[in-house]
Design a binder for this molecule. Structure first.
Ligand SMILES: NC(=O)c1ccc[n+]([C@@H]2O[C@H](COP(=O)([O-])OP(=O)(O)OC[C@H]3O[C@@H](n4cnc5c(N)ncnc54)[C@H](OP(=O)(O)O)[C@@H]3O)[C@@H](O)[C@H]2O)c1
Length: 253
């Protein structure tokens, strides 16, 4: 299938590791130019950009930090200066929630903590979409893919604020689809289940991974490449008329 991505300019936020890195590689393999963002680990971002062809002007690593004023604007501007705009945005970056102390309940989380968490995840993501969509609308073509989580659909103990931030993206996509749809811009959401990124493989106890695997119809957890395949399709020209949808990639969960 021709994905129609040759030469397209793709911005993948949080593209320096995990799912985002797999997404960046998937787009590059289809001939797209890929700008991937990092927050702290500049080396990781630049290493991946070199692998994807920064030397030939086919990739770049850009700093972008949710909740840090100005970096959303500067990241999109940097890509615009280099390549003239963004055709595909994969908004994948996340600010992870700090784990609740054992025995703490939902209502024990301090309001300043959770309002900052919601604000840092949601507002900069929506702002990134605003900035990217402006050019897409002008050129009458664009794709936006938002990275959510199965937690927004299934629920998970201790994840109320993360679930709220992610499920807000679902309502956002369904509504934005109306505004940009007539202009050739499609916007969709991918909901990964637990995915075997480095962070999950090294940070999540093996018994929890095994429990999740055993509870999955396909009897395996998703790989970052599984998620990237869906993000690639939804952000490609092969996706002709799917918009405002939330697609789960979680082995049948
Ligand atoms: N992994 C899973 O099981 C899973 C399941 C469901 C949904 N998801 C979703 O998939 C997306 C990617 O998750 P992942 O597991 O691949 O994450 P990850 O491996 O932790 O990678 C996170 C990426 O985002 C960047 N990042 C971290 N904090 C940031 C911040 N405050 N502002 C901007 N960028 C930031 C990181 O850059 P630095 O390394 O430089 O900080 C890195 O590029 C997220 O939206 C997540 O909610 C993941």
């Amino acid at each position: 299938m021709d994905m129609g991505l040759e030469g397209r300019r793709v911005l993948v936020t949080g593209g320096s590791s995990g799912i985002g890195a797999a997404v960046a590689r998937a787009y590059a393999a289809e001939g797209a130019r890929v700008a991937l963002t990092y927050r702290e680990d500049r080396d990781a971002g630049e290493r991946l950009a070199r692998e994807l062809g920064s030397g030939q002007g086919r990739a770049m690593a850009v700093r972008y930090s949710l909740g840090e004023p100005g970096t959303v604007e500067s990241a999109v501007a940097e890509v615009g200066e280099a390549w003239g705009g963004v055709d595909v945005l994969v908004a994948n970056a996340v600010r992870w929630a700090p784990r609740r102390a054992p025995g703490d309940h939902f209502e024990d989380v301090a309001p300043n903590e959770w309002t900052a968490f919601l604000g840092d995840n949601l507002a900069p993501t929506l702002r990134t979409v605003q900035l990217a969509v402006a050019g897409m609308r002008e050129r009458s073509w664009g794709r936006v893919v938002l990275m959510s989580s199965h937690v927004a659909l299934d629920g998970h103990r201790g994840q109320e604020f993360y679930g709220a931030a992610k499920s807000a993206l679902h309502g956002f996509a369904r509504n934005l689809a109306w505004d940009v749809g007539p202009h050739g811009v499609l916007v969709n959401v991918v909901c990964p289940g637990l995915t075997t990124t480095e962070r999950v493989r090294h940070g999540l106890p093996p018994e929890i991974r095994e429990r999740e695997r055993a509870n999955t119809p396909t009897s395996r957890l998703s790989s970052p490449q599984d998620i990237a395949a869906m993000a690639l399709f939804l952000g490609s020209a092969a996706n002709g008329n799917t918009t405002g949808q939330v697609v789960t990639v979680a082995g049948g969960r």
